[in-house]
Design a protein around this ligand. Structure first.
Ligand code: BDR
Ligand code: CA
Length: 334
Protein backbone atom coordinates (compact mmCIF):
# COMPACT_ATOMS: atom_id res chain seq x y z
CA UNK A 1 0.00 0.00 0.00
CA UNK A 2 1.28 3.49 -0.89
CA UNK A 3 2.44 5.57 2.07
CA UNK A 4 0.11 8.40 3.08
CA UNK A 5 1.49 11.80 2.10
CA UNK A 6 3.20 13.94 4.73
CA UNK A 7 0.85 16.66 6.04
CA UNK A 8 2.83 19.89 5.93
CA UNK A 9 2.39 23.54 6.90
CA UNK A 10 5.04 25.82 5.38
CA UNK A 11 5.84 28.86 7.53
CA UNK A 12 7.79 31.21 5.27
CA UNK A 13 8.90 34.69 4.15
CA UNK A 14 8.93 34.45 0.33
CA UNK A 15 11.65 34.93 -0.77
CA UNK A 16 13.07 33.24 -3.87
CA UNK A 17 14.20 29.99 -2.27
CA UNK A 18 10.95 29.98 -0.24
CA UNK A 19 9.10 29.98 -3.59
CA UNK A 20 11.19 27.02 -4.76
CA UNK A 21 10.32 25.18 -1.52
CA UNK A 22 6.60 25.87 -1.91
CA UNK A 23 6.65 24.67 -5.53
CA UNK A 24 8.57 21.52 -4.61
CA UNK A 25 5.97 20.73 -1.94
CA UNK A 26 3.06 21.49 -4.28
CA UNK A 27 4.52 19.33 -7.05
CA UNK A 28 5.40 16.16 -5.16
CA UNK A 29 2.74 13.63 -4.21
CA UNK A 30 4.63 12.66 -1.03
CA UNK A 31 3.58 16.03 0.40
CA UNK A 32 0.11 17.29 1.28
CA UNK A 33 0.48 21.04 1.65
CA UNK A 34 -2.16 21.99 4.23
CA UNK A 35 -1.45 25.71 4.58
CA UNK A 36 1.12 28.43 4.03
CA UNK A 37 1.76 30.82 6.90
CA UNK A 38 3.82 33.97 6.51
CA UNK A 39 6.18 35.91 8.72
CA UNK A 40 8.23 39.08 8.38
CA UNK A 41 11.78 38.21 7.33
CA UNK A 42 13.16 38.70 3.84
CA UNK A 43 10.70 41.62 3.53
CA UNK A 44 7.84 43.16 5.52
CA UNK A 45 4.92 40.90 6.46
CA UNK A 46 2.76 42.78 3.93
CA UNK A 47 5.23 41.88 1.18
CA UNK A 48 5.90 38.27 2.20
CA UNK A 49 2.14 37.63 2.48
CA UNK A 50 1.49 39.31 -0.86
CA UNK A 51 4.27 37.19 -2.42
CA UNK A 52 2.80 33.98 -0.98
CA UNK A 53 -0.61 34.91 -2.40
CA UNK A 54 0.92 35.68 -5.80
CA UNK A 55 2.74 32.33 -5.84
CA UNK A 56 -0.41 30.41 -4.91
CA UNK A 57 -2.52 32.11 -7.58
CA UNK A 58 0.04 32.22 -10.37
CA UNK A 59 0.83 28.50 -10.11
CA UNK A 60 -2.78 27.48 -9.44
CA UNK A 61 -2.22 26.00 -5.96
CA UNK A 62 -5.21 25.25 -3.78
CA UNK A 63 -3.68 26.22 -0.42
CA UNK A 64 -4.85 28.76 2.18
CA UNK A 65 -2.44 31.56 3.13
CA UNK A 66 -2.47 32.95 6.70
CA UNK A 67 -0.50 36.06 7.66
CA UNK A 68 1.50 35.88 10.90
CA UNK A 69 3.91 38.00 12.92
CA UNK A 70 4.47 41.59 11.77
CA UNK A 71 7.82 41.86 13.55
CA UNK A 72 10.33 39.74 15.46
CA UNK A 73 9.97 39.40 19.24
CA UNK A 74 12.81 41.83 20.05
CA UNK A 75 15.25 42.22 17.19
CA UNK A 76 14.87 45.06 14.66
CA UNK A 77 16.83 45.07 11.36
CA UNK A 78 16.71 46.28 7.74
CA UNK A 79 15.22 43.81 5.25
CA UNK A 80 17.83 42.06 3.06
CA UNK A 81 16.76 43.71 -0.23
CA UNK A 82 20.21 43.08 -1.72
CA UNK A 83 19.32 39.38 -2.09
CA UNK A 84 15.58 39.29 -2.72
CA UNK A 85 14.92 42.81 -4.06
CA UNK A 86 12.67 45.38 -2.35
CA UNK A 87 9.52 43.28 -2.95
CA UNK A 88 11.16 40.20 -1.42
CA UNK A 89 10.50 38.34 -4.70
CA UNK A 90 11.97 40.46 -7.52
CA UNK A 91 12.34 38.97 -10.97
CA UNK A 92 14.96 39.29 -13.71
CA UNK A 93 12.15 39.18 -16.32
CA UNK A 94 8.51 38.12 -16.04
CA UNK A 95 6.86 38.94 -12.71
CA UNK A 96 4.07 37.02 -11.04
CA UNK A 97 0.72 38.77 -11.59
CA UNK A 98 -0.74 40.76 -8.67
CA UNK A 99 -2.78 38.72 -6.22
CA UNK A 100 -6.52 39.06 -6.56
CA UNK A 101 -7.35 37.34 -3.27
CA UNK A 102 -6.54 38.30 0.32
CA UNK A 103 -5.07 36.13 3.05
CA UNK A 104 -7.41 34.17 5.33
CA UNK A 105 -8.89 36.09 8.27
CA UNK A 106 -7.36 33.72 10.83
CA UNK A 107 -3.89 34.62 12.15
CA UNK A 108 -1.06 32.22 11.20
CA UNK A 109 -0.37 31.30 14.83
CA UNK A 110 -4.00 30.27 15.41
CA UNK A 111 -4.15 28.46 12.09
CA UNK A 112 -1.12 26.34 13.05
CA UNK A 113 -2.54 25.64 16.52
CA UNK A 114 -5.94 24.65 15.12
CA UNK A 115 -4.49 22.26 12.55
CA UNK A 116 -2.07 20.60 14.98
CA UNK A 117 -4.87 20.23 17.54
CA UNK A 118 -7.12 18.64 14.95
CA UNK A 119 -4.41 16.16 13.85
CA UNK A 120 -2.03 15.57 16.80
CA UNK A 121 1.23 13.89 15.78
CA UNK A 122 0.46 14.23 12.08
CA UNK A 123 1.45 17.75 11.06
CA UNK A 124 5.04 18.59 10.11
CA UNK A 125 5.77 22.29 10.53
CA UNK A 126 8.34 23.45 7.98
CA UNK A 127 9.84 26.78 9.03
CA UNK A 128 11.88 28.53 6.32
CA UNK A 129 11.84 32.08 7.66
CA UNK A 130 12.49 33.55 11.10
CA UNK A 131 10.95 31.47 13.91
CA UNK A 132 8.61 34.17 15.28
CA UNK A 133 5.34 32.37 14.45
CA UNK A 134 6.66 29.02 15.70
CA UNK A 135 7.78 30.59 19.00
CA UNK A 136 4.40 32.27 19.45
CA UNK A 137 2.64 28.94 18.83
CA UNK A 138 4.81 27.28 21.49
CA UNK A 139 4.44 30.22 23.89
CA UNK A 140 0.67 30.14 23.55
CA UNK A 141 0.47 26.35 23.66
CA UNK A 142 3.66 24.73 25.06
CA UNK A 143 1.91 21.35 25.05
CA UNK A 144 1.92 21.41 21.25
CA UNK A 145 5.67 20.64 21.31
CA UNK A 146 4.57 17.03 21.76
CA UNK A 147 1.79 17.21 19.17
CA UNK A 148 3.66 18.72 16.22
CA UNK A 149 5.05 15.67 14.40
CA UNK A 150 8.34 17.51 13.83
CA UNK A 151 9.58 20.99 13.07
CA UNK A 152 11.87 20.90 10.05
CA UNK A 153 13.64 24.21 9.51
CA UNK A 154 16.11 26.08 7.39
CA UNK A 155 18.23 28.17 9.67
CA UNK A 156 21.48 28.41 11.56
CA UNK A 157 24.70 26.62 10.78
CA UNK A 158 27.16 24.27 12.41
CA UNK A 159 29.93 26.19 10.61
CA UNK A 160 29.95 29.66 9.03
CA UNK A 161 27.19 32.30 9.10
CA UNK A 162 25.97 34.54 6.29
CA UNK A 163 24.52 37.70 7.85
CA UNK A 164 27.40 37.80 10.37
CA UNK A 165 30.49 35.56 10.60
CA UNK A 166 28.62 33.46 13.18
CA UNK A 167 24.92 33.76 12.36
CA UNK A 168 22.57 32.73 9.57
CA UNK A 169 19.81 35.18 8.60
CA UNK A 170 16.63 33.30 9.68
CA UNK A 171 17.91 32.61 13.19
CA UNK A 172 19.62 36.02 13.58
CA UNK A 173 16.45 37.86 12.48
CA UNK A 174 14.65 36.55 15.58
CA UNK A 175 17.17 34.78 17.79
CA UNK A 176 14.94 35.01 20.87
CA UNK A 177 12.17 33.18 19.00
CA UNK A 178 14.66 30.55 17.82
CA UNK A 179 15.86 30.00 21.39
CA UNK A 180 12.26 29.42 22.54
CA UNK A 181 11.84 26.83 19.77
CA UNK A 182 15.20 25.12 20.44
CA UNK A 183 14.31 24.76 24.13
CA UNK A 184 10.68 23.74 23.62
CA UNK A 185 11.15 19.99 23.32
CA UNK A 186 9.62 19.86 19.82
CA UNK A 187 11.38 17.39 17.53
CA UNK A 188 13.75 19.54 15.43
CA UNK A 189 15.43 18.81 12.11
CA UNK A 190 17.87 21.53 11.05
CA UNK A 191 19.05 22.49 7.57
CA UNK A 192 21.74 25.08 8.23
CA UNK A 193 24.24 26.80 5.96
CA UNK A 194 26.73 23.99 6.59
CA UNK A 195 24.56 21.86 4.29
CA UNK A 196 22.62 24.45 2.21
CA UNK A 197 25.89 25.92 0.93
CA UNK A 198 26.36 22.50 -0.73
CA UNK A 199 22.92 22.47 -2.41
CA UNK A 200 23.09 24.90 -5.33
CA UNK A 201 21.02 25.95 -8.32
CA UNK A 202 23.36 26.14 -11.30
CA UNK A 203 22.71 28.20 -14.45
CA UNK A 204 22.18 24.95 -16.40
CA UNK A 205 19.16 24.13 -14.20
CA UNK A 206 17.62 27.57 -14.76
CA UNK A 207 18.25 27.18 -18.50
CA UNK A 208 16.43 23.82 -18.41
CA UNK A 209 13.43 25.43 -16.68
CA UNK A 210 13.38 28.18 -19.30
CA UNK A 211 13.73 25.75 -22.21
CA UNK A 212 10.84 23.62 -20.90
CA UNK A 213 8.36 26.50 -21.25
CA UNK A 214 8.90 29.12 -23.97
CA UNK A 215 7.14 32.47 -23.42
CA UNK A 216 6.62 34.20 -20.06
CA UNK A 217 8.34 32.06 -17.47
CA UNK A 218 8.49 33.69 -14.02
CA UNK A 219 9.67 30.44 -12.39
CA UNK A 220 12.91 30.75 -14.41
CA UNK A 221 13.14 34.56 -14.23
CA UNK A 222 12.64 34.77 -10.47
CA UNK A 223 15.35 32.15 -9.83
CA UNK A 224 17.59 33.99 -12.31
CA UNK A 225 17.26 37.18 -10.23
CA UNK A 226 18.24 35.29 -7.08
CA UNK A 227 21.34 33.76 -8.71
CA UNK A 228 22.33 37.24 -9.96
CA UNK A 229 22.16 38.90 -6.55
CA UNK A 230 23.93 35.98 -4.90
CA UNK A 231 26.78 36.16 -7.38
CA UNK A 232 27.00 39.94 -6.93
CA UNK A 233 27.43 39.30 -3.19
CA UNK A 234 29.59 36.16 -3.08
CA UNK A 235 31.29 36.27 -6.48
CA UNK A 236 30.44 34.15 -9.52
CA UNK A 237 30.46 30.46 -8.70
CA UNK A 238 29.85 27.81 -11.39
CA UNK A 239 27.87 25.78 -8.83
CA UNK A 240 25.27 28.61 -8.70
CA UNK A 241 23.42 30.08 -5.71
CA UNK A 242 22.55 28.08 -2.57
CA UNK A 243 19.02 26.70 -2.51
CA UNK A 244 18.50 26.91 1.23
CA UNK A 245 14.79 26.49 1.87
CA UNK A 246 13.91 23.59 -0.49
CA UNK A 247 16.27 21.31 1.49
CA UNK A 248 13.55 20.98 4.13
CA UNK A 249 10.98 19.72 1.63
CA UNK A 250 13.46 17.52 -0.25
CA UNK A 251 14.20 15.83 3.09
CA UNK A 252 10.51 15.03 3.59
CA UNK A 253 10.30 13.60 0.07
CA UNK A 254 13.58 11.65 0.01
CA UNK A 255 15.17 11.68 3.49
CA UNK A 256 18.22 9.72 2.39
CA UNK A 257 19.41 12.61 0.21
CA UNK A 258 20.79 13.98 3.50
CA UNK A 259 22.99 12.62 6.28
CA UNK A 260 21.49 13.79 9.57
CA UNK A 261 23.04 13.53 13.06
CA UNK A 262 21.42 14.16 16.44
CA UNK A 263 23.30 16.90 18.32
CA UNK A 264 22.89 19.25 21.27
CA UNK A 265 22.07 22.74 19.94
CA UNK A 266 21.53 26.18 21.46
CA UNK A 267 20.87 29.68 20.10
CA UNK A 268 23.04 32.57 21.27
CA UNK A 269 20.90 35.55 22.31
CA UNK A 270 23.50 37.56 24.25
CA UNK A 271 24.21 41.06 22.92
CA UNK A 272 27.55 40.08 21.40
CA UNK A 273 29.33 39.28 18.12
CA UNK A 274 27.73 35.86 17.93
CA UNK A 275 24.11 37.00 18.44
CA UNK A 276 21.91 34.60 16.48
CA UNK A 277 24.49 31.82 16.18
CA UNK A 278 23.29 28.24 16.48
CA UNK A 279 25.87 26.59 18.67
CA UNK A 280 25.86 22.96 17.60
CA UNK A 281 27.96 20.67 19.74
CA UNK A 282 29.92 18.51 17.33
CA UNK A 283 32.16 16.96 19.96
CA UNK A 284 32.07 13.19 20.30
CA UNK A 285 29.44 12.00 22.75
CA UNK A 286 30.03 9.69 25.65
CA UNK A 287 26.66 8.01 25.36
CA UNK A 288 26.86 6.41 28.83
CA UNK A 289 27.68 9.48 30.90
CA UNK A 290 26.83 12.50 28.78
CA UNK A 291 23.60 14.05 29.94
CA UNK A 292 23.38 16.73 27.24
CA UNK A 293 20.09 16.58 25.34
CA UNK A 294 20.41 15.84 21.65
CA UNK A 295 17.65 18.30 20.88
CA UNK A 296 18.39 18.86 17.16
CA UNK A 297 18.81 16.48 14.24
CA UNK A 298 21.36 18.37 12.15
CA UNK A 299 21.73 17.79 8.40
CA UNK A 300 25.46 17.50 7.74
CA UNK A 301 25.78 16.59 4.06
CA UNK A 302 23.69 16.11 0.92
CA UNK A 303 23.62 14.15 -2.31
CA UNK A 304 23.66 17.35 -4.34
CA UNK A 305 22.88 15.72 -7.69
CA UNK A 306 19.70 14.06 -6.42
CA UNK A 307 18.68 17.26 -4.66
CA UNK A 308 19.19 19.51 -7.70
CA UNK A 309 17.37 17.05 -9.99
CA UNK A 310 14.37 17.09 -7.66
CA UNK A 311 14.18 20.90 -7.48
CA UNK A 312 14.74 21.31 -11.23
CA UNK A 313 11.88 18.90 -12.00
CA UNK A 314 9.61 20.85 -9.63
CA UNK A 315 10.52 24.18 -11.26
CA UNK A 316 9.87 22.71 -14.73
CA UNK A 317 6.47 21.50 -13.52
CA UNK A 318 5.81 25.00 -12.12
CA UNK A 319 6.85 26.73 -15.36
CA UNK A 320 4.34 24.62 -17.31
CA UNK A 321 1.66 25.03 -14.70
CA UNK A 322 2.10 28.81 -14.80
CA UNK A 323 1.42 28.72 -18.55
CA UNK A 324 -1.78 26.67 -18.20
CA UNK A 325 -2.98 28.64 -15.18
CA UNK A 326 -2.48 31.99 -16.91
CA UNK A 327 -4.29 30.69 -20.02
CA UNK A 328 -7.29 29.73 -17.87
CA UNK A 329 -7.12 33.11 -16.13
CA UNK A 330 -7.06 35.00 -19.44
CA UNK A 331 -9.95 32.93 -20.83
CA UNK A 332 -11.91 33.52 -17.63
CA UNK A 333 -11.37 37.28 -17.90
CA UNK A 334 -12.42 37.39 -21.60
C1 BDR B 1 17.61 32.11 4.54
O1 BDR B 1 17.44 33.53 4.55
C2 BDR B 1 16.60 33.93 3.49
O2 BDR B 1 17.20 34.97 2.77
C3 BDR B 1 16.34 32.71 2.63
O3 BDR B 1 15.00 32.71 2.17
C4 BDR B 1 16.60 31.55 3.56
O4 BDR B 1 15.43 31.17 4.25
C5 BDR B 1 19.07 31.80 4.21
O5 BDR B 1 19.91 32.38 5.15
CA1 CA C 1 13.21 31.96 3.62
Amino acid sequence: MAEAPERVIIDCDPGHDDMAAILLAAWHDRIRLEAITTVCGNASLANTTNNALRIVEAFGLDVPVHAGAVQPLLHRYDFPAAFHGPSGLDSAGADLPPATRAAQGQHAVDAIIERVEAHPGEITLVVIGPMTNAALVLAKRPDLAGKIKRLVFMGGSSTEGNVTPAAEFNIWADAEAARIVFRSGVKLVMFGLNVTHQTRLAQAAIDAVRAAQPGPNPAADIMQFYCGTYHAFAGADPRGAPLHDPCTIAYLIEPDIFAVEPRPGEVIVADCESYGQTLIDLRPQDRKHDTRTMNVDVAMSADTTRFTDLVTQALIWAAKRYATTSKTRTQGAA
